[in-house]
Design a protein around this ligand. Structure first.
Ligand SMILES: C[S@@+](CC[C@H](N)C(=O)[O-])C[C@H]1O[C@@H](n2cnc3c(N)ncnc32)[C@H](O)[C@@H]1O
Length: 278
């Protein structure tokens, strides 16, 4: 009888839920974004080492790198507003002797060959052509210099239409969202891949576990934007609507496994050394 099937389902699901639930309430000890500074420190950065922060936005990471490691940071970004904010921040915290802010882009860095010891490249390679960018980073890095990269990849769980909408709204270069392309481009430029760590949803889980409710807000915004789509597009225009919508989706897609943040350490090997994936 139908009713007994419902009863059975209720019993099974209730049981599975309560047993599984106990495990689901246990943290998997996710790491948070400060892990990148720890990884960078693990590279043995010495005071006065020269570090390039490429795609620095407001230089908040450049400032933190200079504070933690007493290194000399060159912070580069192509956006005038970012440069203005970056200069203001550096001056406000009195780190002008440690952080130099320069307008420029990764495809043509305003730096001499082999002039930096480290490159910090956080969340910006999605916006650019990978072969060109890696070749330029390789040029400015000294031999045996190291590059730390935080990059978000699209996974096979990200459906083509979802990917297309997200990439268009956020100006991602589709080829640059693919892990295979990334590794091929890095190695073709001459880099050796020293390590690779998939962070998956760790940072987002960590946010929730410390009581940050942003992700729940973002879900709510997505729901409201969907239901009031036409009205919002009339009021704010389609581009603004799409950029905001895609921005809220980033964290949610990470939680769902459609996007996978990954950290790489690359090294510029001494001449003759073989480029291999660790
Ligand atoms: C998502 S933000 C990341 C900012 C910062 N690195 C962080 O992790 O918070 C991407 C940054 O890359 C910069 N960017 C975009 N195209 C670039 C290019 N061709 N060369 C260098 N930076 C670029 C943007 O202006 C922006 O500041």
């Amino acid at each position: 009888m139908t009713s007994s099937i419902y009863e059975l389902y209720g019993e099974i699901w209730g049981k599975v839920d309560s047993e599984l639930g106990a495990d689901l309430r246990k943290s998997l000890n996710p790491r948070n974004p400060s892990m990148l500074y720890d990884m960078f420190g693990g590279l043995g950065v010495k005071p006065d080492a020269k570090v390039l922060d490429v795609g620095c936005r407001d230089a908040s990471h450049a400032v933190e790198l200079a504070r933690r490691f007493r290194c000399q940071v060159i912070a580069v970004d192509p956006v005038a507003l970012h440069i203005e904010k970056a200069k203001k921040l550096v001056s406000n915290v009195g780190l002008e002797h440690h952080v130099e802010v320069k307008a420029g882009c990764i495809e043509a860095l305003p730096l001499d060959d082999a002039s930096v010891d480290y490159i910090w490249c956080r969340d910006m390679l999605l916006h650019v052509d990978l072969p060109e960018s890696f070749t330029e980073c390789f040029r400015v890095l000294r031999t045996e210099g190291t590059m730390l990269i935080y990059q978000v990849f699209a996974t096979e769980m990200c459906e083509p239409l979802e990917a297309e909408r997200l990439f268009k709204a956020l100006s991602f270069v589709p080829e640059s969202t693919m892990e295979e392309n990334f590794e091929t481009a890095a190695q073709k430029a001459g880099f050796k891949i020293i390590s690779k760590e998939q962070l998956d949803s760790e940072w987002r889980e960590a946010e929730i576990e410390v009581g940050d409710k942003s992700l729940l807000d973002h879900l709510l915004y997505i729901a409201r934007m969907r239901r009031a789509r036409d009205e919002m597009i009339r009021q704010y225009g389609e581009v603004r609507y799409e950029v905001n919508y895609a921005g809220w989706l980033l964290g949610i897609y990470q939680m769902l496994g459609k996007l996978c943040p990954t950290v790489y350490i690359l090294r510029k090997p001494s001449e003759g050394a073989q480029a291999i994936v660790a």
